[in-house]
Design a protein around this ligand. Sequence first.
Ligand code: PPY
Length: 350
Amino acid sequence: MESLLKEWDGETTIISYDKPTGAWIFIAIFSTRLGPAAGGTRMKLYSDFQSALQDALRLSEAMTYKFALSGISFGGGKTVIAIPRDFDTQSRHALLRRYGEMVQKLGGLFYTGPDVGMSSTDMDIISETGSPYVFGRTPKSGGAGSSGPATALGVFSGMQVACEHVFGERSLNGRRILVQGAGSVGGALIEYLRRAGAVVIFSDVEEKSICRFRDDFSLQCISADKVYSVECDIFAPCALGAVLNNKTIPQLKCRVVAGGANNQLAEPEDAERLRDRGILYAPDYVINVGGAMFLIGMEAQDWTQENVENKVTEGIQTVLQQIFELAAAKNITTEAAARQVAENRLSFAR
Ligand code: PPY
């Protein structure tokens, strides 16, 4: 744990052990240079304490770049709630309320919202004690609801720019696109892609999503063991993190990776592995910012749905274009280019 924290370049990490449930809570605040830190709360089972902490630290850094690149005046943070193996779901409500109290005590240093393992209903509960520092409540409770469709719109828009860069045209018509994870982001993305005339194939482990897209939409469903080796134009990871690694990258048969999941690269070297294979990678924190823009825009900036859609589309396309051009001009990876643009904006704000 000591080395993880020593090597991390962020500002503050708050670690709390929730005795009644045995859950660990990590609130990582990477940067408040552009404003109070904001980022979702992720709740899941981790193999160990270290990997939970590491997830929080890395995700909070990505949030910092995400806001810097999208022009939203927030810093980057993230919470991981690592539940124990024998977690009693009955105790979930009380745990979320205690977590809300922690957020409340931070007094506006950190704002949160949903992430993996969290729903708008969970945000309602956290908000009972954590208000007004909670984004993404249900519309019934005054929130903007699910951010999945806005994230998907951003990924869709980013794919068009990636296609222009690689194939010379923005259109996704006829492109073969593999969506990994057909949940709230992947599912909405599939709908955008189908409307644009793309040939969509997908993979998922949830029976409900498989039934919906394979049986009702007649899409080809790829089994989990083949997902990295299927031939396609674009691979869109919309589920797990670390799916781009030294095992999977050599198998890929795509020209572009562009998806909604956070932390897609297992380690920094994977950006080079992708480039060496001639695959254009749209950095995750650039292309998946639509959800955060939606929640913050609708709930804190008085944007309309139409404002959100325009800003998500234009914002992501402009920045992504700039990053692809910089990467090509300087012969660096798109990940390095994104970092340069983000760091530049961060230092400018200082
Ligand atoms: C993410 O985009 O990864 C998030 O965590 C979304 C978010 C960001 C800020 C507030 C609420 C949710």
